[in-house]
Design a protein around this ligand. Structure first.
Ligand SMILES: N[C@@H](CCC(=O)N[C@@H](CS)C(=O)NCC(=O)O)C(=O)O
Length: 206
């Protein structure tokens, strides 16, 4: 399988998941809509967005939620997604949709889009702190978003918390979230994936 990704973008969650599951996934970075061998990325992912997961039979999945669950389901014993048919699986889907729509797109899209209207940027920024307050409530006393194990939802939240830090939210102001983030940053798969992606960012900046 090949995972098309951009360094430190939402595709980091899929990269982490592939490593957590120990799956043979080749990470291929995309820049300016070209893959690492210069091919047109739109020919792989119709909307030009990462993550895109190309399966060994050539099929492509191109939404984070489906990529994450597909990877998790290749290695059920890793416990990265609850079993289909259980209420926990629906809680996972509920959480992935929340993160993808309310946090990723609604908040960060306007903030990260250079030519987004100033009022849209301001409205998104005003929602950063209330969103962290809500995530604190969602976590409760747990170190995990769903159940009592690290799942793909945590891989996604760790990725998004990196962005909160990047736009200047000091996560220490939310001790539950600060501790959650620090704990999961130490997971070997998270550290490895972020190490590779930070290296790619440095390589591009050089
Ligand atoms: N709905 C997609 C959104 C993916 C997405 O927004 N990817 C961003 C990176 S975090 C991207 O590829 N942006 C490139 C662009 O906007 O041209 C998902 O949830 O996977």
């Amino acid at each position: 399988m090949e995972l098309f990704a951009s360094p430190m973008a939402c595709s980091l969650a899929s990269h982490i998941t592939a490593l957590e599951a120990g799956l043979p996934v080749k990470v291929r970075f995309v820049k300016d809509k070209k893959t690492d061998d210069g091919s047109d990325f739109f020919a792989i992912a119709g909307n030009g967005y990462v993550p895109a997961l190309r399966l060994d039979n050539g099929e492509v999945l191109n939404e984070g939620s489906s990529v994450l669950q597909y990877l998790a389901d290749r290695k059920p014993e890793a416990g990265l997604a609850p079993a289909w048919g259980t209420i926990e699986r629906y809680r996972l889907i509920d959480t992935l949709n929340y993160l993808a729509t309310e946090v990723h797109k609604k908040l960060f899209q306007p903030i990260f889009t250079p030519d987004a209207p100033a009022d849209a940027k301001a409205a998104a920024k005003a929602q950063l702190e209330p969103t962290l307050d809500y995530i604190v409530r969602r976590l409760g006393k747990s170190s995990y978003l769903v159940g009592e194990k690290f799942t793909v939802a945590d891989a996604y939240l760790v990725t998004l918390l990196n962005w909160f830090s990047f736009v200047g939210c000091d996560l220490k102001k939310w001790p539950t979230i600060g501790a959650y983030h620090q704990k999961h940053l130490q997971r070997p798969a998270v550290a490895q994936a972020m190490g590779v992606e930070m290296e790619e960012r440095k390589r591009r900046a050089a």
